[in-house]
Write a protein that binds this ligand. Structure first.
Ligand code: BTN
Length: 252
């Protein structure tokens, strides 16, 4: 695997896209200590100060747009397994579409982008993980990894946590393993493993779409990765893009 390490960049996703547009489709991972224009889902800013992990995987992609979107679930599983090196498994959960939570609070977000250069497809899997700090006053409550590792594990001669580089080595290896599973067996095992770790599914949920907000019960993922939500009148809606808040208020 190729790794590119940068002191600072506008956005590792933007950098990966520039490489793809020049004809380099990876596979490779780009990591930056700092991003000056880190981007989140739905046009949000992603705070990107030194200490946290900001990385993007660039892979050739000759599958469908749905398969590209499903890679974000592959990535979320890889992040969850990497976090499990550092903290007890029962602290880790997954929130649709692809947030990774520690103790119910957002620790990682994923931004997937795809494109074509000279008719050849590629995919960028951008991952941010709050390792040493997290932004305050976010829409979803946030936390960071170091806050969940006991002091004695940090202060031993070979500390358990050494920073973003080591985290990315494990994450990239995990991602490669899950990618093989996805390519060989399809989305079904990814969907099953994701659902096993899902935060509050089944359970009450508030869904916020650009033009409407409604409540229902989250049932699970459909075969494409959409969130299946049952409304009070029994109708099932598949949510392909949007924000979800667990519970019946938007406070988590
Ligand atoms: C989200 O909104 O939850 C997704 C956040 C994705 C942030 C990562 S940080 C590395 C990569 N570069 C970016 O500009 N965004 C992604």
């Amino acid at each position: 695997m190729r790794f590119i390490s940068l002191d600072e960049v506008d956005s590792t996703n933007a950098q990966a896209k520039r490489l793809a547009e020049q004809g380099d489709f990876g596979p490779l991972w780009i990591r930056a200590d700092k991003q000056s224009a880190g981007r989140g889902r739905r046009g949000r800013e992603w705070t990107s100060e030194t200490g946290n992990l900001f990385c993007s995987g660039l892979y050739p992609h000759d599958g469908t747009p749905q398969q590209a979107a499903q890679l974000s679930f592959v990535a979320a599983l890889a992040v969850a397994d990497t976090l499990a090196y550092y903290v007890p498994n029962d602290l880790i959960s997954l929130k649709w579409p692809n947030d990774v939570l520690l103790n119910g609070k957002k620790t990682s977000g994923i931004l997937l982008e795809r494109g074509q250069t000279h008719h050849l497809g590629w995919c960028v899997i951008g991952i941010g993980v709050n390792l040493t700090h997290h932004p305050e006053e976010t829409e979803f409550a946030a936390t960071h990894l170091l806050d969940h590792i006991p002091e004695e594990l940090l202060n031993r001669p070979e500390p358990i946590f050494t920073g973003p580089d080591a985290f990315l080595s494990s994450l990239a290896a995990m991602f490669s393993d899950y990618l093989v599973l996805f390519k060989e067996d399809g989305f079904e095992p990814i969907q099953r493993l994701w659902t096993e770790r899902a935060h509050n599914i089944p359970g009450p949920v508030t869904v916020r779409l650009p033009n409407e907000t409604f409540q229902g019960e989250a049932l699970g993922l459909d075969s494409n990765g959409a969130l299946r939500v049952k409304l009070s009148n029994g109708t099932i809606r598949d949510i392909h893009a949007g924000d979800v808040f667990f519970g019946t208020s938007q406070d988590d």
